[in-house]
Write a protein that binds this ligand. Structure first.
Ligand SMILES: [Zn+2]
Ligand SMILES: [Zn+2]
Length: 745
């Protein structure tokens, strides 16, 4: 017998090996094997098994299979194949992103000791305890009041020897001792488990019943769950997962960025305990392979993770949830396979016969359109959970504000400042969003006006005051401020302008010197620990004001935060991308959702230079229906998704002229152009030079009216690009192909 083996290489070619008799029973399609390849031993994946080989030469033998258990189930294999075909990526590369590179691991997690109060206790014993052993009584009281499992070490705050005390309490029959595995990365990346008693409202009950009746059927079914911010979507997820477990089926929950949603992970962990695995890119080697193997052997029943969790080797999947499905972080665009995890989740659901829920407060236009076209079922949660009210939204026209006050470059308007003062006086919390990190994003020469740019990229450097350097936000190239002169005329006299989060922080410190301020952006959150501890501290009200980039606008739940200020809502509005307005709308809408999530009334202040822009207006009124109406009309006119299929083909190389003439040549030789296909470009990419490589792109739009399933476009791209993307033909240059790209810049 012979096996076709694929490797994680640029080419689509596969290689034939013979299967040794002793491994015949184990090796199947999807098995990972180690094989000799060009004088090395490397790993590959079996993509086909044949009785005869297709050519006459000699073949090498497979050395051995790598996994002892079945790693890739038939539906997961189908998915890998689909991703390989749809996103035009060699199957070895797709498989490589599904299976962690190193699975050898001696990692064993530690055990932690927990306690829980017994349901029925002898009350006489308790009152005796109060007199004879006050410390024991204190600990017991805390445990029974909390009514959840508590970590023994957490009582160190009240007694010096918690373990001994807990053992005495256990011997008296008052509490239970429980040992739990300390899951890798859990304590750093999630909040403490939160237990809530939930009473569902009628909307929620209806949504849950629809999901449960779908789960009962064991068929593929997809829903768009459109729930306003604060409508209790997490509670719905928990109910759905609970039902799924009762049917002995497993669940995957995809979150846009796991580290930004520690609260959701904490909720799941509180409800379901040890069967919840967390999967994200920050998991370190040994933790990663330990978690992965436990998922393979079925110890975990629920996987919560970022986009790559869509490929987790979970078996028998009943339910897949994609939370905040509109988020662009679900699209992996930096490396192959370049895929959209939401779309892959829907596909996996169809192979696994599961129920798939894509959920959002601001569904993407694609998902909303799919609902209009009846391709996905619609579930609505129109009301905020509990008695939470919608926030009151104020718009500040920064231009007329400037005229009135004659203060140019004013960062905080009078209105925002007044509102902040008011909230601080009431001991309520404030969130300020400025979607740009650093101190000054614009640095110009005072003499010749030239912008200070990165040496390796065509990107302006941003001044970071804390480090006193200018940094490229793409490649991390930096120059110390005191070393810097104009790159054109060597003049050392430079102007620093524009506003980043560091500048906002400094201004707020000057304006409200007594307030406690924290900042959350890529700089302060580099480690997972930094991020979680900032969020935790803000949640515990150790800070009054949280300043951050769009990172703070999403999914978080701070009941005491009653004011959200958006410093400059126009950032991003005029980017040359068809999704620019959608993103700005989502940011404002989501940010408003952070305000007033409990009984206290929330307020939002949006500062803008474009107060009459329909996007800003609709966002102010939280009028999502109107926004969809306007935006869909515009997309239809311009033939952009959801009315067309989109593919972006990007040429990358170190020599600008060569890469341009290469892309011109491809454009000139395009074969099989058809009705309904629009070709834009070639044109330089918005970020034309990155890390010393020049980038040009051609964009293809294929009208759904002519090409309902996108097959024409796929065939067209296949024919014109697939077989040319190799080293022999392109040398140092590369072609990157993006299907359904999330942006054109
Ligand atoms: Zn100059
Ligand atoms: Zn750079």
């Amino acid at each position: 017998m012979f096996a076709e083996v694929a490797f994680p290489i640029r080419s689509f070619q596969t290689f034939t090996y013979s299967i040794p008799t002793e491994h015949m029973s184990v090796i199947d399609i999807g098995t990972r094997v180690s094989v000799p390849f060009r004088n090395k031993i490397i790993q590959g994946i079996v993509v086909n098994i044949k009785k005869k080989k297709s050519y006459l030469g000699s073949t090498k033998r497979i050395i051995e299979p790598i996994d002892k258990v079945q790693v890739i189930t038939p539906p997961l294999w189908e998915l890998i194949n689909w991703v390989s075909k749809y996103y035009m990526t060699p199957i070895g590369k797709v498989a490589n992103s599904v299976v962690p590179k190193s699975l050898s691991s001696s990692y064993k997690p530690q055990l932690e000791k927990y306690v829980k109060a017994r349901r029925k206790v002898n009350l006489k014993k308790v009152s005796k305890l109060k007199k004879t052993a006050p410390k024991q009584y204190l600990v017991f009281k805390t445990i029974s009041e909390k009514n959840i499992i508590c970590k023994i070490s957490s009582f160190q705050k009240i007694v010096s020897n918690p373990l001994q005390i807990c053992i005495s309490l256990k011997n008296k029959g008052l509490i239970k001792l429980i040992k739990k595995t300390k899951l890798p990365d859990f304590n750093q990346s999630i909040f403490e488990p939160v237990f809530k008693d939930i009473v569902f409202n009628n909307d929620q009950k209806l949504v849950i019943s629809k999901i449960i009746s779908s789960l009962k059927k064991n068929i593929f079914n997809s829903f768009l769950l459109h729930g306003v911010t604060g409508s209790g979507k997490t509670e719905i997820y928990i109910e759905a997962v609970r039902y799924c477990l009762s049917q002995k089926r497993n669940s995957i929950i995809l979150l846009p960025e796991i580290s930004l949603t520690p609260q959701i992970a904490g909720r799941f962990r509180a409800v379901f305990g040890d069967i919840v695995a967390i999967w994200h890119s920050k998991l370190k080697g040994s933790h990663r392979s330990w978690t992965w193997r436990k998922i393979c052997i079925g110890d975990f029943k629920i996987v919560i993770g970022a986009r790559s969790a869509v490929f987790s080797p979970l078996k028998n999947i009943g339910l897949i949830i994609v939370d905040e499905e509109q988020e662009s972080s679900f699209y992996q665009d930096a490396k192959e396979p370049r895929y959209h995890a939401r779309d892959v989740a829907l596909m996996r659901g169809s192979f696994e016969k599961s129920t798939v829920i894509v959920a959002s407060a601001t569904p993407s236009l694609e998902s909303f359109y799919n609902f209009q076209q009846k391709k996905i079922k619609y579930l609505r949660l129109p009301k905020r959970f509990g008695n939470a009210k919608y926030p009151e939204v104020h718009i500040v026209d920064m231009l007329s504000n400037q005229k009135e006050t004659s203060k140019f470059d004013q960062v905080i308007s009078g209105l925002l400042q007044d509102k902040m003062e008011e909230k601080l006086n009431k001991n309520e919390q404030i969130i300020l969003i400025q979607n740009r990190r650093g101190f000054s994003p614009t640095v110009k020469c005072n003499d010749c006006g030239a912008h200070i740019m990165c040496n390796q990229c065509k990107i302006a450097l941003t001044y970071h005051k804390n480090e006193d350097k200018l940094i490229c936000h793409f490649c991390s190239f930096f120059v110390m401020k005191n070393m810097l002169t104009c790159q054109e005329c060597s003049n050392p006299n430079l102007i620093y302008s524009g506003t980043g989060t560091q500048k906002v922080e400094q201004l707020i410190k000057e304006t409200f010197p007594k307030s406690k301020i924290c900042r959350l952006d890529m700089d302060t959150s580099k480690s997972n620990l930094g991020l979680t501890s900032i969020l935790k501290s803000f949640s515990n009200q150790e800070f009054d004001i949280l300043i951050g980039t769009q990172m703070v606008a999403k999914g978080l739940d701070f009941p005491n935060a009653t004011l959200v200020g958006i410093i400059n809502a126009d950032l991003g509005l005029y980017l040359p991308d068809f999704r620019a307005t959608e993103k700005v709308f989502q940011l404002i809408y989501q940010a408003s959702g952070r305000s007033g999530r409990s009984t206290k009334k929330g307020e939002v202040v949006i500062q803008t230079y474009s107060p009459n822009s329909p996007v800003i207006k609709n966002a102010k009124n939280l009028n999502i229906a109107k926004f969809y109406e306007v935006e869909l009309l515009e997309r239809e006119e311009l033939n952009y998704p959801p009315y067309s299929w989109l593919a972006k083909v990007e040429f990358v190389g170190p020599n600008r002229l060569k890469i341009f003439s290469l892309i011109e040549k491809f454009k000139h030789n395009l074969k099989g152009v058809y009705t309904g296909l629009d070709i834009l470009g070639p044109a330089p990419c918005f970020l034309e030079k990155l890390k010393n490589n020049y980038r040009f792109q051609i964009v293809f739009k294929s009208k759904k009216h002519f090409d309902p399933n996108g097959i024409y476009l796929h065939n067209f791209i296949n024919k014109n690009f697939k077989n040319y993307n190799n080293k022999k033909l392109l040398g140092q240059n590369k072609i990157n192909i993006y299907f359904d790209p999330i942006s054109l810049i």
